[in-house]
Design a binder for this molecule. Sequence first.
Ligand code: DNO
Length: 346
Amino acid sequence: MKMTFRWYGLNDCISLQTIRQIPGMTGVVTAVYDTPVGSVWSEDSIAALKKACDENGLEMEVIESVPVHEDIKLGRCRRDEYIENYCENIRRLSKAGVKCICYNFMPVFDWLRTNLHTLAEDGSNSLSYNHEEIMKLDPKHLSLPGWDESYTAEELNGLLESYAGMTHDQLFDNLVYFLKRIIPVCNDVKMNMAIHPDDPPWDVFGLPRIISTAEDYERLFAAVPDNANGITFCTGSLGAGRDNDLLQMAYDYAKRGKIHFAHIRNIQYSNELDFREVGHKTDCGSLDIYGIVKALVEGGFDGYVRPDHGRNIWGENAKPGYGLYDRALGACYLNGLFEAIEKGRK
Ligand code: DNO
């Protein structure tokens, strides 16, 4: 296992100098942010990130994300061009020492929350999800924080219209089309692809989502069995699905060598669908973080880990989910769990 920390590049207000001081940190998870989705990343931009990491004694072996252009998800005629660009990014990143790429295949929206600053009793605040509030929204006039900033209202409406009527099977076929073309490149250059699950793991605004359940994973692994076609095991995203058996999934997919990357965080259920994000420790929330780590270790997991979303604590007011303090605490807690469980087995 290698513990890593997400870093938003040279403009991140959390410096590499700071990150390297977190005990047990081996590297960062980052991306090139100066290039539109779908295009090829410049070698200079990749090299600049790599140089900064090298200078700070941190590895840059995981990229999150190389985003997938909507034309690929929609199966539009320009998809081959975007897939070729994606392949070129895989080659360039591999040359820079990257070993794993995290990406997702959610139409239009990535993660979805209704409040980025839900206040807890202890005075900390964190992200939360309220289904009723989502249902009340008109997707054509959205102003939710966090993820819709990249589209103008017109673009968003256009995109939503393009997806109208798309079924789960069609979206899945488009994913397989994409994978069948990029995985051979990954095999050549020894890159692992790690698809991020849907967050939350159900359809939103009528858009299909296809990486939410154990059944979805079986279909994914069967369609493209190569080892390079793996997953990001995100406990917070999958854990919002009350029917997902995280311990079983963690053990099973680790055993099959499918988990290249793990995002570990805890959430607290407030009813059947709603949740808020909490501290990483098991008794802070509804997920058995200890049990999940144990299942990963017992399954022989040997990938990258990062603490996922943290709360705002100690007066920090950070990019939602991505402050320093609570993620650093999370990393230390997770390192402790891994050490204890691994040593206990010897
Ligand atoms: C949220 C993240 C996701 C993730 C993407 C991967 O904090 O876990 O945004 O980076 O879904 O493509």
